[in-house]
Write a protein that binds this ligand. Structure first.
Ligand code: 1CP
Length: 345
């Protein structure tokens, strides 16, 4: 599965290739972020998207959780809206809220304006540079690149910001299928280019985040979302591809069919059931309930044991959370989970 030249195997890459490694690989979605005091110190005074576009700072923040926790992977510090910003779209990440767009896509003129923002490889240079700087300092620990899937990105673009149930995006998908295809096609191109830049910089695996796809019925997902997500995943070759969403129990086979090698599962569905839905042959990633990070260690440990046990049903399993690290998490708990996982017989 690896590209040209000898690439050392690691527990994470073995698991992503479907080969169960001797030690249990583990990393955490949103491991770089506000749960770390060193992150808060590095970020002080710098807006989120400016931090993402400052290569040395993005590299430093990416490395922080690897140094502190000894996780089996770094995930590139960036955001799913970064390629839109690089294409010149007016988007900010508002603290405590999330991505906010100055001109939400509500009509044909808004859509025409958005899709005129093309993303060039030149504009992506700071991303490739940040990834290369990170990889140079990581040694054998692989870097995971990522991008937002077109549906999840569309939910922000159409709404103008975070929404609870992606109502406007789901309306557009049915009410104006041509506009929907144009919008998701555009988002697929820029997310694909963002992913490709990270792989050029040295990312050794990629993850496509379709965080909000769980709000869709499977038929809508297959007809109106999967083709655009497939296009993003097809933009990179030679690295394992993980596909993740929240509340996607009913979509897991479709998410694999989009071109994923590994499927990420949230905390609602036990991994043995997820594996059965996937036909038993697909490596899985997940699915510690983030709520349990704040529980007493014996309670958390019992949950970890259940997660790892259920993960044995799949050909291989990468331990992770069912969604991102909550900002108030005690980072010592994450370090303890890594130690526990690496000590498993
Ligand atoms: O002030 C801050 O520190 C900003 C908080 C923050 C951070 C640290 C945001 C705003 N994004 C990020 C980084 C980020 N975003 C990463 C970094 C790598 C890591 O995991 O350590 C990643 C992978 C993302 C991807 C992302 N951004 C997703 C998909 C993953 C997920 O959590 O579901 C989504 C949905 C976003 C949008 C977004 N960006 C930020 C926020 C608060 C949100 C969610 C807003 C909402 O509720 O809809």
């Amino acid at each position: 599965m690896a590209g040209s030249g000898p690439v050392p195997s690691t527990p994470l890459l073995d698991a992503y290739a479907g080969v169960r490694p001797a030690t249990q690989p583990v990393w955490f979605m949103r491991q770089a972020g506000r749960s770390l005091p060193e992150y808060r110190a590095s970020r002080a005074g710098t807006a989120m998207l400016d931090a993402c576009l400052t290569p040395d700072l993005a590299a430093e923040i990416t490395l922080q959780p690897v140094r502190r926790h000894g996780v089996d992977a770094a995930i590139f510090f960036s955001d799913i809206v970064v390629p839109l910003r690089l294409a010149g779209v007016d988007v900010e990440i508002v603290p405590g809220r999330g991505p906010v767009f100055a001109r939400p896509v509500r009509d044909a003129a808004d859509l025409a304006d958005l899709v005129a923002h093309e993303l060039t490889d030149d504009a992506l240079a700071p991303i490739e540079a940040a990834v290369a700087a990170t990889v140079a300092q990581l040694g054998d620990v692989p870097l995971i690149g990522f991008a937002g899937a077109p549906f999840t990105l569309a939910s922000y673009v159409v709404e103008g910001g975070p929404s609870k149930d992606q109502l406007r995006a789901r309306t557009m998908l049915h009410a104006d299928p041509d506009a929907w295809r144009a919008l998701t096609g555009y988002l697929a191109r820029i997310s694909g280019a963002f992913l490709a830049a990270q792989v050029r910089g040295g990312a050794r695996a990629v993850q496509l985040f379709d965080s909000w796809a769980g709000s869709l019925p499977e038929a809508d997902y297959r007809a109106a979302v999967l083709p655009a997500s497939s296009a993003v995943l097809a933009a990179v070759q030679g690295v394992p591809k993980v596909h993740f969403g929240v509340g996607t129990a009913l979509l897991l086979p479709a998410m694999r069919d989009a071109g994923a090698d590994v499927v990420g599962v949230d905390h609602r569905l036990p991994l043995d059931e997820a594996s059965a839905l996937l036909g038993g042959g697909v490596p899985v990633q997940g699915n510690i309930d983030p709520a349990l990070l704040a529980a007493p260690w014996p309670v958390l440990r019992a949950h970890l044991e259940a997660v790892v046990d259920a993960g044995r049903a799949a050909p291989a399993h990468v331990l992770n959370l069912g969604h991102g690290v909550p900002p108030e998490t005690d980072p010592g708990v994450l370090t303890r989970i890594v130690e526990w996982a690496h000590d498993l017989p």
